[in-house]
Design a protein around this ligand. Structure first.
Ligand code: BGC
Length: 233
């Protein structure tokens, strides 16, 4: 098979929806993106049933990539703050390989998202604004995995995620939430000194582009799935 013809089933597990698409090696979509609501409670068993449904509906693929909303080491999930405590120590890639009979790789969702958009030059970072707040750091294109910035104290005795996650958006409204998001950039810029910061995730469309510093770019939420190909690079 020509490398270009390899079909990757890219799955993005989120706090509110689980999404899937099949991409060729160049990132071209071969299927329609599908989304199924994340089951509640979002246990491994319940989420795997949804992944099985998505995989069946997406048709043929050769390998599977998963962006997962928590810490993932060697295909094993360590945490999933917005899913369920049952994910601690779950063999995610092994379970998907058993289910699909195809090789699988998994990494943190924000990490995968960034892999889909970075330029691979110098220090780049990604923040995802969705149910939770995701973070990824890249040095010359190499991902530094599992930096859990979301749960680090930020302001007013609250963590980053408590200040700018989806629950905060609902409770304080768009205007105050936008101000908080700007405060996150102001806080991080002089610490990380990134060349570019990319902002993705479902709520990134609510960030007012005119308020952004020059080195902060909003990216399409589809990147969460595109990055799945890079997990095989
Ligand atoms: C998790 C991160 C994840 C982010 C976005 C946070 O609560 O700790 O690992 O990337 O949510 O899903």
């Amino acid at each position: 098979m020509k490398p270009r013809a390899v079909k990757t089933l890219c799955i993005d597990v989120g706090g509110s929806g689980i999404k899937a698409i099949v991409l060729d090696a160049t990132g071209k979509a071969l299927t329609e993106r599908m989304r199924i609501e994340t089951p509640q409670p979002a246990t491994p068993e319940a989420c795997l049933l949804v992944i099985a449904q998505l995989a069946a509906a997406q048709g043929a693929f050769d390998r599977v990539s998963v962006g997962f909303p928590g810490v993932v080491v060697d295909g094993v999930t360590r945490s999933a703050p917005n899913l369920s405590p049952e994910w601690a120590g779950f063999g995610l890639t092994a379970a998907i390989e058993t289910m699909t009979s195809k090789p699988a790789r998994a990494a943190n969702d924000a990490g995968v998202q960034g892999l889909g958009v970075i330029e691979g030059k110098g220090v780049e970072a990604v923040i995802t604004l969705g149910t939770g707040m995701g973070f990824g750091l890249y040095v010359d294109g190499r991902y530094v995995p599992n930096i859990e910035l979301a749960h680090h104290p930020f302001r007013k005795n609250k963590t980053y995620e408590e200040r700018v996650g989806h629950a905060a958006l609902l409770s304080v409204g768009k205007k105050a939430w936008n101000k908080r998001v700007s405060e996150v950039f102001t806080q991080l810029e002089p610490i990380l000194n990134y060349r570019v910061l990319y902002v993705g995730g479902g709520n990134s469309r609510l960030v007012k582009p005119e308020t952004l510093p020059d080195n902060v770019r909003i990216v399409d939420n589809l990147a969460g799935l595109l990055g799945g190909i890079r997990l095989w690079a």
